[in-house]
Design a protein around this ligand. Structure first.
Ligand SMILES: C[S@@+](CC[C@H](N)C(=O)[O-])C[C@H]1O[C@@H](n2cnc3c(N)ncnc32)[C@H](O)[C@@H]1O
Length: 332
């Protein structure tokens, strides 16, 4: 199925990883719970009828609540982008003066969700970053004609798509809180998808992440009765994520090569091996680079497991040669 792309942009967006996440996510009868919602791309593609969605960033949550309540609509967004796009294209300094005006208006405390989308789409490299006072501090993309008709159509189509997916309250509930308030809401019928800021990587005002946070996340996910998937990074060309061996290694882990296109920081532009940590069975997948195992391979593993179990129960070691012979006999 085609991936739904949300109207907000951010360097941490998981668009490219959505098919991987959705493939391994078990279908549950309860709610989709996302304590680190971000742009929302994962939840929009999970398409659960009931969801709890949270982020510490109030601008993200205000925007989607506005869509949910009908305050933000496709015609209003189209009109807004046409008006502001024209002002941008006519502004001094190749449009920069108008970008600065919208940014100052937003940062003055107005925090309009429409201006939030303008800044998200006219900011440098599709990045989202807030300064020490919670102010938007991304520079202009330097394209005065940013909001050409085709680009406006693209954004409003994205808005139209997510407007159809977002369910009214109480089916979809948005929170602007910490993950620690959200994970305990999950029951055994729910699935929790966590995509926290990556420890040891980029941070900003709404995105600080310390080892204490990682430890608390580990504790809450270890206690939850729900199924969970955690996105994190495994290693880069430079170093390993030592949070994996310290906390997550007791769960099931899949990895995948990934290339982040966005980000001012050179480290964030290089390839990273992403990880999905889960508390459910993922043995039918190869552990690296996401493919389903051939049926015979799954059978072999099953036979190996059976041999080991039988051997243990009769107090023998199950040698690999014996295991291989029986496997061949079973799978032909
Ligand atoms: C990596 S981003 C999530 C990206 C998202 N999966 C996507 O594809 O767009 C992490 C998000 O967690 C939020 N966040 C940071 N600290 C948080 C906390 N303590 N509790 C809840 N959300 C937090 C940030 O504002 C950010 O939007």
């Amino acid at each position: 199925m085609k991936t739904i792309i949300p109207p907000i942009k951010s360097q941490g967006i998981k668009t490219k990883l959505v098919p991987w996440i959705m493939d391994i996510a078990p279908k549950v009868g309860g709610r989709w719970i996302e304590p680190f919602f971000g742009t929302g791309v994962v939840a929009f593609n999970a398409r659960y009828k009931q969801a709890i969605l949270n982020d510490t960033n109030p601008h993200i949550i205000n925007f989607y609540k506005g869509v949910q309540t009908g305050k933000i609509t496709v015609p209003l967004m189209k009109q807004y982008l046409q008006t502001e796009g024209k002002l941008l294209s006519e502004a001094e300094n190749n449009g920069y003066e108008h970008y600065l005006k919208v940014r100052a208006r937003f940062n003055s405390g107005e925090f309009s969700s429409y201006d939030f989308i303008f800044l998200s789409r006219a900011g440098f490299n599709g990045m989202m970053r807030f300064g020490s006072k919670g102010n938007w501090n991304i520079p202009f993309c330097k394209k005065p004609d940013r909001f050409a008709q085709a680009y406006i159509t693209k954004i409003v189509n994205q808005l139209a798509a997510v407007s159809q997916i977002i369910q009214p309250e109480p089916d979809w509930v948005f929170h602007n809180s910490s993950f620690s308030e959200i994970i305990p809401l999950a029951t055994e019928n729910d699935i929790v998808y966590c995509d926290p800021p990556y420890y040891g990587r980029h941070v900003d005002y709404y995105n600080g992440w310390t080892e204490k946070d990682e430890e608390l996340l580990f504790k809450l996910l270890s206690e939850t009765k729900a199924k969970f998937i955690l996105s994190t990074w495994h290693h880069s060309d430079w170093r390993e994520n030592n949070m994996i061996s310290k906390y997550w290694a007791k769960f099931n882990i899949l990895t995948k090569d990934h290339f982040y296109h966005n980000g001012g920081n050179v480290e964030n532009r290089k390839s990273v091996v992403e990880a999905l940590v889960c508390n459910f069975d993922i043995s039918k997948y190869h552990t690296h680079n996401h493919s389903v195992k051939e049926k015979s391979e799954v059978t072999q593993l099953g036979v190996q497991w059976m041999n080991e179990t039988i051997a243990k129960s009769v107090g023998q070691e199950s040698g690999p040669s014996r295991c291989k012979q029986e496997t061949a006999a079973t799978t032909v």
